[in-house]
Structure formats: structure tokens, C-alpha cells
Design a binder for this molecule. Structure first.
Ligand SMILES: Nc1ncnc2c1ncn2[C@@H]1O[C@H](COP(=O)(O)OP(=O)(O)OP(=O)(O)O)[C@@H](O)[C@H]1O
Ligand SMILES: [Mg+2]
Length: 209
């Protein structure tokens, strides 16, 4: 299964989701590949500061060749997760082209919602070209049951893509774990953050055709 985590909007939560989903999948005994498609190399920096090797393979691949090359690479793994690049049309399109399931993280704010439009259009075009592709929004950094959360769900619904029931909540452990070269799965496997990541993974696995 290949999951692309994409949004051309910077800071949407792509890397946080990609690393934690990869860790959650690896913790279930799966062979996991994480493709860092971002020229900022955040996932590779994360891997480099660790003392232990990551529980999954991390490979940087920033040229827009994923749609062409990833199927062969991913064949050796149970799960492949692409950490998409911000602000790049070509890289985002290539990642979408390689994926079985496309996950679009959006923070619950108008700015993030509006800036996701171009990515949504790319996902739609790819879906039409492929004759149907699974894609969904995920709300990242939810803050309680605010009016904002409800409004963002209504606004996202207008794009005509499903919204995952699961999402990430605003929790400092996400930033702390990333900064330490770890994941919430490693830091607090029985914590609330790890549980929400596992819920996202379960929902995604149910989306594959
Ligand atoms: N659920 C969360 N709770 C708290 N902080 C979060 C959460 N999700 C992401 N963050 C923080 O938000 C910032 C942006 O997240 P992240 O790096 O995952 O976004 P991104 O989409 O990969 O960014 P870029 O577009 O630059 O690659 C980071 O500092 C991260 O630690
Ligand atoms: Mg990132």
C-alpha cells in the first residue's frame, strides 16, 4: 500500500503525519518505507539525529519521478508513505500519481483551507485520469470541539472529498517527539497521540480498494 501525504501549503502537518504513521505501521510488524519527497529534507534530518536507526527505511527522492519509480521500490515493503513537498506542483503531482491513497492534511484555519485548493485540484485531476483514486482530507492540529473545527469540516466538504473521522489534535508531544528524532509511538505508545495515529492508520487501511 502506498500512501501520499500531500499539501502544497507549508506546515500543514505532512511530515508529522508521515513519520508517525510510518512508526505506527512498523510497530505492527510491517516493513515500512518512508519517501522524503521534500527538498527541505525534514524526515532525513529527523532520521539523522537519532541514536538508534529508525524503525522504518527513510529514502530521499525529491525529483518528480515517484509515479514512475515508486511501484518497483515499494514492492519490497508492506507499507510505503510519501512525505510530500510544500509549494511544488510537480513533486505533488508525482506523489499523487504514485499513491493508492492520498491524504491531504489541513489545519483548521481559513488560510490553510484556501491554500489547499490547488492540491485538491491536482488530486481531482489525477483521480479522473486514473479512473478513480482514493483520497481524503485529514484535519491536523484540531483544538477541541471548537466552532472552528465544525466550520472547517463544512468548508472542506465543499471540495467533494471525504474527511477522515480520525485526525490529529494539537498536542505538544508531536513537536517534542519530532525534535528528539522520535515519534509519539516510541515516546508514549499508550498515550492519546499514539492512539489517534493508530486510528488514522486503521481508517486509511480501510480505504484501499
Ligand atoms: N498535531 C500536532 N500538534 C502539535 N504540533 C503539531 C501537530 N502537527 C504538526 N505540528 C507542528 O506543526 C509544525 C508543522 O508540521 P509539519 O512539519 O508536520 O508540517 P509540514 O506540512 O510537513 O510542513 P512543510 O510544508 O514545511 O513540510 C511542526 O512544528 C510540527 O511539530
Ligand atoms: Mg514537511
Amino acid at each position: 500500500m502506498i500512501i501520499a501525504v500531500v499539501n502544497q501549503k507549508g506546515g500543514a502537518g505532512k511530515t508529522t503525519l508521515a513519520l508517525n504513521l510510518a512508526a505506527a505501521s512498523a510497530a505492527q510488524g510491517k516493513r515500512v518505507l518512508l519517501i522524503d519527497a521534500d527538498p527541505q529534507q525534514t524526515a532525513q534530518d529527523w532520521a539523522a539525529i537519532r541514536t538508534e536507526p529508525p524503525p522504518f527505511q527513510v529514502i530521499g527522492l525529491t525529483k518528480p519521478v515517484l509515479h514512475r519509480d515508486l511501484p518497483a521500490m515499494a514492492a519490497d515493503y508492506d507499507m510505503t508513505i510519501i512525505d510530500g513537498a510544500p509549494r511544488s506542483y510537480e513533486a505533488t503531482r508525482s506523489a499523487i500519481g504514485a499513491a493508492d491513497v492520498v491524504l491531504i492534511p489541513v489545519q483548521p484555519s481559513g488560510a490553510d483551507f484556501w491554500a489547499s485548493r490547488e492540491t485538491v485540484n491536482l488530486v481531482r485531476a489525477a483521480g479522473e485520469a486514473k479512473g478513480g483514486q482514493r483520497a481524503a482530507f485529514i484535519v491536523s492540529r484540531k483544538i477541541g470541539r471548537s466552532v472552528l473545527s465544525r466550520e472547517i469540516n463544512e468548508a472542506l466538504a465543499e471540495f467533494g472529498l471525504p474527511i477522515l473521522a480520525a485526525g490529529t489534535t494539537q498536542r505538544v508531544i508531536y513537536a517534542e517527539a519530532m525534535t528528539a528524532g522520535e515519534t509519539v509511538i516510541e515516546q508514549q505508545p499508550d498515550g492519546l497521540a499514539a492512539a489517534e495515529i493508530r486510528a488514522i492508520l486503521t481508517e486509511l487501511e480501510g480505504m484501499k480498494e
